[in-house]
Design a protein around this ligand. Structure first.
Ligand code: ADP
Ligand code: MG
Length: 607
């Protein structure tokens, strides 16, 4: 028999790899703006036409490139920013993976004009399908102008996946704001379809935040500023009346890089406890600066997520810094929120964190007293008799970190050890009130069920596909083209999750079976909902297709708030929850229950 395996041609390999970095016009905007920053530009202009679908152009006055570099920069793994693997832990530039321009060149038509300071002439280059089709000298200003036209012109299927112009423009806007906010000393402008969206003069961080988020914030920002040997935190949080019902302006920058971190977000939100309603979102723009050796930026292709060597320390600092700021501005009663000077002297904080040091931090009395006294952590050991300001004592760490991760400072006994729950009571058809040996438990039925289903679906992939109930009368469903492409891609996974669906041509499908435990009827609607949710679920590409699907299905199939449960159902739900590997939160990081410990109840009754 003939052998089958072939190497993919470069341009196809590049197109595939590009999927990681360039998902949509906004991803290209981010990469190009960051390249301009890395080139030392002090003026950066972004010009976009038709939400980036026809043109994205970035003009900078940075250091420019030599003719050879101009050609090299489109090669995969071509970078001027790192030389050796160790450099990864001293990253001071935005880029370093050397993939952005290669990816862009694989999926768009690119024109580059660049000139270095002191060079007589510049270089002009045209690239298409990863090939240089023209290179010649050109008269151009110092710096670089890069134009990216007709994104995904050569991958129509991906082009079809782009959202409406309004939606794509919103993504571009978000990326622009993130970069512009991180670099207030750089002039930025942004034009869309010939109209100016932003013109941002150089200024302070505060000025930039106000330019970007609105003049009305002028008197509404509280300064956060905490300098320690380990890290510095600076920036602003909005006064409580700026909190919104929807997640809006929340920005973390770590060494000038915008990052998403539900974990650190939690630190800020918890500092706002009792100041804003629990369902609203505080505004913040915070810069965290620390030694690059303490973070790993290379955990995500778009670098929006990073790993901290010890994220619990960062959490503690962020929470304390925000509390401190709010207290100083008399927004909270003046409780003793000061950062314990002890923590700054902690050897482990001022020295490189090795796992040995980490163990020591975790067990050091100063660290523990810091975490208890200042409530910098949510984890609280219970009956120690010290003052509790924070009733929400759910075990947060267990949820964001693998169970095998570094030992948390206070030991966490999983609740599963004793499965003795008091008879549960359902409240408002949404919460289950019960108790265990650990304390009083308030379980959110919807979120708890999401967690249970999530783990069941994970199992479905690992070993135990869900049982399918075959339909006596298979249902025919008709989908929009984009949805049908998507569903086709997801069919094998859907089968493991209990949906037996076969394509029937012309964007139609036949549903032969559905998950045995979820009833029948409404197949069209359910599947459309799943697809819709899947698409909107997250732009994050850290999350694999499977993971997205599992989270989507868990969200879809979970029992909703407002549904009456029998006492057997409520009992089963609580038991199932605490039999989960990670009962504390949903896969999206929302807490599933809240635990009120005896010490806190005592305090409430002023004992
Ligand atoms: P990375 O930024 O990860 O190094 P890119 O593909 O984004 O990878 O860019 C490749 C290289 O091209 C960069 O390392 C840099 O040397 C050069 N480059 C890209 N954009 C610019 C620019 N606007 N000005 C000067 N040099 C640039
Ligand atoms: Mg780059």
């Amino acid at each position: 028999m003939a052998d089958n395996i072939q190497l993919l041609p470069d341009n196809i390999a590049n197109q595939i790899a590009a999927g990681e970095v360039i998902q949509r016009p906004a991803s290209a905007v981010k990469e190009l703006l960051e390249n301009a920053i890395d080139a030392g530009a002090t003026e950066i202009r972004l010009n976009v036409v038709e939400s980036g679908k026809s043109l994205i152009q970035v003009t900078d006055n940075g250091r420019g490139m030599s003719p050879l570099d101009a050609r090299m920069c489109f090669e995969r793994h071509a970078t001027s920013k790192i030389r050796e693997i160790d450099d990864l832990f001293q990253i001071k530039t935005m880029g370093f993976r050397g993939e952005a321009l290669a990816s862009i060149a694989a999926v768009a038509q690119v024109e580059l004009k660049t000139r270095r300071k002191g060079d007589e002439t510049g270089t002009y280059l045209e690239v298409e399908n990863s090939r240089v089709i023209k290179q010649e000298p050109v008269a151009t200003t110092e710096g670089t102008i890069i134009s990216m036209k007709n994104l995904f012109f050569n991958i129509p299927a991906r082009r079809n996946f782009l959202k409406s112009n309004a939606a794509e423009l919103k993504h571009i806007h978000d990326e622009f704001v993130r970069v512009a906010m991180a670099f207030p000393a750089v002039f930025f402008s942004f034009t869309h379809n010939g109209q100016q969206v932003y013109h941002l003069e150089k200024g302070s961080f505060k000025q930039r935040v106000i330019q970007l988020l609105g003049n009305n914030l002028h008197s509404k920002l509280v300064t956060v500023n905490e300098q320690t040997d380990y890290l510095n935190i600076s920036g602003f949080v909005g006064k409580p009346d700026t909190a919104r019902k929807t997640r809006g302006d929340q920005y973390f920058f770590v060494n000038n890089r915008f990052i998403k971190s539900p974990y650190l977000n939690h630190a800020v939100v918890s500092a706002f406890q009792n100041l804003i309603p629990s369902d609203s979102f505080p505004l913040y723009a915070l810069n965290i600066d620390l030694n690059p050796a303490q973070i790993d930026v290379n955990v995500h292709p778009t670098k929006q997520e990073i790993k901290f060597e010890d994220e619990r320390i960062v959490y503690a600092f962020v929470q304390a810094a925000v509390k401190h700021a709010l207290a100083q501005f008399s927004i909270t009663p003046a409780l003793d929120f000061d950062l314990d000077p002890g923590i700054q002297q902690l050897e482990a904080v001022s020295q490189p964190v090795t796992s040995f040091n980490k163990e020591r931090i975790a067990t050091s009395p100063i660290y523990q007293s810091f975490t208890k006294k200042h409530q910098a952590h949510l984890v609280y050991s219970g009956n120690s008799g010290s003052t509790l300001h924070n009733p929400f004592d759910y075990d947060f760490f267990g949820s964001t970190q693998e169970k095998t991760a570094v030992k948390p400072p206070v030991s966490l006994q999983p609740l599963t050890e004793e499965q003795q729950f008091y008879s549960p009571v359902q409240y408002l058809n949404s919460y289950i009130v019960t108790a265990s040996h650990k304390g009083l438990l308030l379980v959110n039925q919807q979120l708890a069920h999401e967690r249970i289903l999530y783990e069941r679906y994970l199992d479905a992939f690992a070993a135990k596909p869900l049982a399918i109930q075959q339909s006596l009368f298979p249902v025919n469903i008709q989908l929009a083209t984009a949805d049908s492409v998507l569903l086709n891609e997801l069919l094998p996974e859907m089968l493991l999750l209990g949906y037996d669906i076969k394509p029937f041509g012309n964007n139609s499908f036949v549903v032969h079976g559905t998950p045995a435990d979820s009833g029948q009827g409404n197949e069209q609607e359910i599947i459309e909902n799943i697809l819709e949710q899947y698409k909107h679920f997250s732009n994050s590409i850290t999350i694999s297709k499977r993971e997205k699907l599992i989270r989507t299905m868990a969200g879809q199939h979970a029992v909703k708030e407002g549904v009456k449960l029998s006492s057997e159902e409520a009992t089963k739900l609580v038991e199932d929850l605490f039999n989960c590997k990670t009962p504390n939160t949903t896969a999206n990081g929302q807490p599933t229950y809240i635990l009120l410990k005896e010490a806190y109840l005592q305090q409430l009754f002023q004992k």
